[in-house]
Design a binder for this molecule. Sequence first.
Ligand code: TRP
Length: 332
Amino acid sequence: MEEQKKNMLSLIQPTNTPHLGNYLGAMRNWVKMQNDYNCFFGIADLHSITIRQDPVKLRGQIKESYALLIAAGLDPEKSVLFVQGHNPTHAELSWVLSCYTQFGELSRMTQFKDKSAKHPDNINAGLFTYPVLMAADILLYQADYVPVGQDQLQHLELARNIVQRFNGIYGDVFTMPEGYITKSTAKVMSLQDPSKKMSKSDENTNASVWVLDDRDTIIRKFKRAVTDSETEVCAREGKDGIINLMSIYSAATDKSFEDIEREFAGKGYGEFKLAVGEAVADMLAPMQSEFKRVFADKSYLEQCMKEGAEKAFKVSRKTLSKVYKKVGFVTF
Ligand code: TRP
């Protein structure tokens, strides 16, 4: 690993298969980062149990998510690809950081409030301290940049506050992380309600396109996408459904909005929707076939996970032992 490169880190939750928004907003961009940064990408299995999970399903999803990282083009030789729970330092640092995080700060987290409202029967302590564990993920690897979506910015801000507080007491222990927002990232909205983000937990099965959906399913979902009562493919105010389809099409084909308007001038929505569905299916096809290959090779997958965990641990334990020394624990 080269010293002069900056560190980049992000994790995704293994709950549910990633959707088109996760692919365009996260995974696809990560692949481009591999040469310019020391990259750490992980599967946040520890975070996922803040909501009750079915163990059998979860185990499958962790493997699936990990295989998808590789299938999307992340190279386990270039980037550190790891499962959070394989590295004990995450839970360990999280405990220490929780003693440097205020109850009031965590109470203000909007995601905590949202999730508590959604699962009133299971407002567990892990849900509350979720952002502390996320801070540990980031700080263990001295990440300079953290690519995250809008919904995680408040958590990142909390991590920055923890850094300031901790470093203020003990000196330069943690690197101050910054959000890495790519402006080229398409924001993908629900196909059934274009005012909402495409979401993993949407109950309407036509609202989200999963990255492992087969070609026919993808095309069918796009055919059913909610648009408007007009006929013109253009990015005008009030045409949120069409704008969403245009930005997906643009992300899949690299065509500009002007190109798209020209291409579909005088053509109806039906033709446009079909083209978007086909373009998305084409875009995902190589990853899907690579996924099949990787996922079927259990020993390769396991080997990658093991090596990823070792590489991750090698970096993170340095940070952890520094922290233990600073706070006054006895270390050997
Ligand atoms: N909370 C993030 C999400 O739901 C996932 C996550 C866990 C994460 N740890 C992280 C993202 C560290 C960035 C950095 O999307």
